[in-house]
Design a protein around this ligand. Sequence first.
Ligand code: ADP
Ligand code: K
Length: 432
Amino acid sequence: VSTPLTEPATEGLDPEQRRNLQQHRLRRLVQRLLETGGVQAARLRDCGVERGVDVSLEELHELPFVTKQDFWEYYPFGLRAAPEDDIVCVHGTSGTRGRPTLAPYTAHDLDVWSRVMARALGGAGATRRSTVHSAYSYGLFTGGLGVHHGATRLGATALPAAGSATDRQARLLLDLRPDVLCCTPSYALYLGESLRYTGITPDQLPPRVGLFGAEPWTEEMRLEIEQLLGLEALNIYGLTEIIGPGVACESLDSAGMLNIAEDHFYPEVVGPDGVPLPEGEAGELVFTTLTKTGLPLLRYRTGDIASISGPVPDSPRTLRRMTRVLGRRDDMLVIRGVNVFPTEIETVLLTDPRVAPHYVVVEDRRDPSHPELRVGVEQHSPAEDTETLERDLAVALRERLGITCVVRVLEPNRLPRAEDGEKPEKGSPRPI
Ligand code: ADP
Ligand code: K
């Protein structure tokens, strides 16, 4: 199948011309950052880039990175580049470390976002006649409004179904007959299983295609979702710092990889030392926002591991593609769309005097529709009331992380000590 291009002039642009466009936009970005001042400008000056100095795409790798730490350090809006008056909305990620990562958008940024999301939906076969059933929640989280902006921009009908119970979702699906479904892959599984339980079969479900993202998922999950919901499941990727969903997305004709909206978000892949890797090698994704004005970022380190390849040969789509996210650079876990840093868990546990500094965190994805975080922790003395302690820790973890964890308090000395010198086997629970 080949799906029509929503923006033929950009999605189908000759790669050499696209590179010229990216080059032009990079120059503009660097000048904008220098004019704005602030930390990104200071770092540019530190490496000799002053106003009027020309930076080419070939030299991009010599420029400094922006990291998640910068967002925390310059919270809330220290990285903002547009005047406050020009900001029209704010989004943010699930707040770990007590503060969320905030992204201010200008009207221009919203336009960019709508366009890349419209393209993503178009690549999945959506048209002006489509109804897009979206169960991504609306809020600071970018999922809900991202899909909404894209669907309305495309001229389709957005159906904001988030937050409805399964029977309501089923009603909307059967009565309004949406052809596109958008939600997290874990919710897609949950929905599919619940619908099956109520006796609704995949062939009764109108969506032909689904865009699923905001958390990692596997090929096995794809097959399961496709069977449960009777649709073609496509992967959509993005992060709030860059724009939200729509940074990259599979299309029906992208052969299992995600088309990168590289005319807006210039991708690089770097190794652990920060040095760029050749095409096809897996490493950390780094994006430069070429067109954003509210929160323009030069070389933002995503922490997400993937590799990049060229477009499908002879395809009208000429954008480069990325693999699915293969893992995370740090230990950040993404549970039900919420980003969780193991160091946060440690902080909570070690604050409680009843707890010994020996614990294990397991990302339990045995039931892919309900991924869970399990925390096992040793108590100081076996006399403690374990039920109360488990409940207290679960409350404290919920407050700090924003998700519910299953806490098990263990007797002293139950957990293996790191002195064993043994590394856990691949695929085994991750002790931290
Ligand atoms: P939130 O927690 O509110 O979703 P983020 O914007 O920080 O906020 O989430 C972005 C992160 O989610 C990405 O950096 C990536 O780790 C993960 N993510 C998003 N989409 C996908 C996807 N399709 N596959 C795997 N991971 C994804
Ligand atoms: K996420």
